[in-house]
Design a protein around this ligand. Structure first.
Ligand code: ADP
Length: 233
């Protein structure tokens, strides 16, 4: 079953005299409870697609149905509720609150959620049981990304959206973070979409979608997705 169905989705950015046709009517489906990776070169439209799925940006036309709900045309209030209740986000640069500890960052997210998990438990789950009282500046990049993942997971989201989640990390730490995301997808039966320019990681996904210049270049299912530890890049 598909959790996300996108049809003829179009987006043009207008800035001054320039306009960029970022999405030229794409059609995509994302299977429920599985890990999907959207890849493609820089400028292909990956982040634009993810931002529309996450209701952080509006499409110009077309349809984006998530969990049976059409996002295109929803009011700002409905979109806010959707972001709050359904979606967890993980970004390249963690975007933690610097003045809050790891635990407080995760608790804040829990307090703003409809159906949260226990913040301490989730921090233990991501391997930070002994770092809860640290501020972001006292944590490594990998640890900060773990806090960011905990902050997303504590919402108990149906959908986890990750934009270049390993982009700021070294190779080994990047692998650890991908393992954590993949394991969370499996353990929590969560639909996960990762956007990455690194096509080498695609063997770990259940489904792969390749974008090129605002169009779907190709897509395929991995019948036997690989363990992160067995993939080299
Ligand atoms: P990717 O994530 O694959 O690198 P993006 O979705 O970020 O690609 O961008 C697709 C195209 O849209 C690019 O040409 C980019 O420059 C343009 N674009 C993205 N966001 C904006 C914006 N806010 N204003 C103007 N152009 C944008």
């Amino acid at each position: 079953m598909n959790y996300i169905t996108i049809k003829n989705l179009e987006k043009t950015y207008n800035s001054g005299e320039n306009s960029t046709h970022a999405l030229k009517g794409i059609n995509i489906t994302v299977p429920e409870g599985k890990l999907t990776i959207i890849t493609g070169d820089s400028g292909a439209g990956k982040s634009t697609t993810l931002n529309i799925i996450g209701a952080m940006d509006n499409a110009d036309s077309g349809s984006c149905i998530v969990g049976g709900k059409e996002l295109v045309g929803l009011s700002e209030k409905e979109l806010r509720k959707y972001r709050k209740d359904i979606v967890g986000f993980v970004f390249q640069f963690y975007s933690l609150s610097p003045n809050l500890t790891a635990l407080e960052n995760v608790q804040l997210s829990a307090e703003l959620s409809e159906n949260p998990l226990d913040a301490k438990e989730v921090l233990r789950l991501v391997g930070l049981g002994d770092r809860m009282k640290n501020f972001p500046s006292q944590l490594s990049g990998g640890e900060q990304q773990r806090v960011a993942i905990a902050r997303a997971l504590v919402k108990n989201p149906k959908l986890l959206l990750c934009d270049e989640p390993t982009g700021a990390l070294d190779y080994e730490t990047g692998k650890e973070i991908l393992s954590l995301i993949k394991k969370s997808c499996e353990d929590m039966n969560m639909t996960v979409v990762i956007v990455s320019h690194n096509s080498q990681i695609t063997p770990i996904a259940d489904k792969v979608i390749i974008l090129r210049s605002g169009e779907v270049d190709s897509e395929y299912i991995n019948e036997h997705p690989m363990d992160v530890k067995d993939v080299e890049w």
